[in-house]
Design a protein around this ligand. Structure first.
Ligand code: AMP
Ligand code: MG
Length: 344
């Protein structure tokens, strides 16, 4: 089970009443709201404008379709069929092709930090069932032998992975789903919307009153508390954090759900939370997970080189690092010291 990582500050703009210049009352702006439980996540959607109701109805159907295609557990899904094909090629949906292709691209781009074939290792830790345990080091080593996105083959609409490998799109499917919902909103003439898919917040346009959306990011050291608020429009804000799913082992240590594919252990490379802000939900989702795995130094250097995204990082010694592009949009409401990641 996933819990929403964000509190979304929607403001008090549920229904706006505007007045025209001559004092006549303009029609109240319509809005629609929907809560959906899908992909193991509570999702909330709010859209404004005459097309809002239709947009969210279509969005809900699209979420269901994506869940059916991409679920790792339901036996008819594309992912289940790929994982259980015994090394044979499988025909899959365009969505699965897009996401698997992206997974492989980000694996390349992040030096293997994003690794969609890490699934058997996650399962060994019990993150797929909730039956948590610390695996034997030998067992992890054996499982890691089959973890390699370089062996995933995508040919047109067919996908093949080696026998013994299993993939899971948990690190990027919600970002893609968010992008699809934003597209559906646009197609229906909606110009103002905000959705929260678990930890993924995506915004379309500005709030109906013309101000930016305010998206709160949790403090990974106190997840009931917000650490900062970001003012954004037309942006995805996606967080990966060690507090989202974890268990405390018999040894008293905490083990979390984001795995370093280098050793099969929870990624522990200096970061406890990574929030990525950018135009594409898919890119932000893939990068939030990948930069969490890559760790402080690698994340900082990636962010210096890739200026199309911004990020807020929290280190394991409780420092907040943020990219210069988001500096005037970030309200640090925590007592943490904040340092800017400069870009030349
Ligand atoms: P996110 O919340 O987007 O950071 O995604 C975390 C989820 O991605 C986990 O619950 C796993 O299902 C999966 N995952 C864990 N480690 C990795 C990894 N290194 N690469 C890709 N997916 C991962
Ligand atoms: Mg992610």
């Amino acid at each position: 089970m996933n819990y929403p990582k964000y509190a979304v500050l929607l403001g008090a703009a549920a229904v706006l009443t505007a007045f025209s210049g001559c004092g006549e009352k303009a029609p109240a702006q319509t809005s629609a709201e929907r809560d959906v439980f899908a992909m193991d996540t509570f999702m909330t959607m709010k859209a404004y404008g005459s097309g809002a109701e239709t947009a969210l109805e279509e969005a809900q159907q699209r979420i269901k379709q994506l869940e059916d295609e991409l679920s790792v557990t339901s036996e008819d899904s594309d992912i289940f069929r790929i994982n259980n094909a015994g090394g044979e090629a499988v025909e899959v949906s365009a969505d699965a092709v897009t996401l698997i292709g992206s997974g492989v691209s980000y694996w390349n781009e992040t030096s293997g930090a994003l690794e969609i074939s890490v699934y058997p290792v996650l399962a060994e830790w019990g993150f797929t069932t909730g039956n948590y345990k610390i695996p034997e080091p030998e067992r992890l080593k054996a499982l890691l032998a089959n973890v390699d996105s370089g062996k995933i083959e995508v040919n047109g609409s067919s996908v093949r992975i080696p026998e013994g490998s299993k993939i899971d799109l948990g690190a990027l499917a919600k970002g893609y789903t968010g992008d699809e919902i934003m597209d559906i909103c646009r197609e229906n003439g909606v110009t103002s919307a905000i959705i929260s898919l678990g930890g993924n917040v995506q915004t379309l346009g500005k709030k109906p009153d013309g101000s930016e959306w305010r998206v709160a990011v949790k403090d990974p050291f106190a997840p009931d508390t917000n650490m900062c608020v970001l003012s954004v429009s037309d942006r995805a804000v996606v967080t990966s954090g060690n507090y989202e799913r974890y268990f405390t082992g018999d040894d008293g240590r905490d083990y979390w759900h984001i795995i370093d594919p280098k050793d099969g252990y929870p990624a522990d490379n200096g970061l406890v939370s990574v929030t990525v802000i950018g135009e594409s939900g898919l890119r932000c989702d893939a990068l939030s997970t990948a930069l969490f795995v890559a760790g402080t130094d690698a994340a900082e250097s990636y962010l210096r080189e890739h200026t199309d995204v911004d990020a807020v990082l929290v280190t394991d010694d409780d420092r907040l690092l943020y990219t210069v592009g988001i500096a005037d949009k970030l309200d640090n409401i925590s007592g943490k010291s904040a340092e800017v990641i400069a870009r030349d």
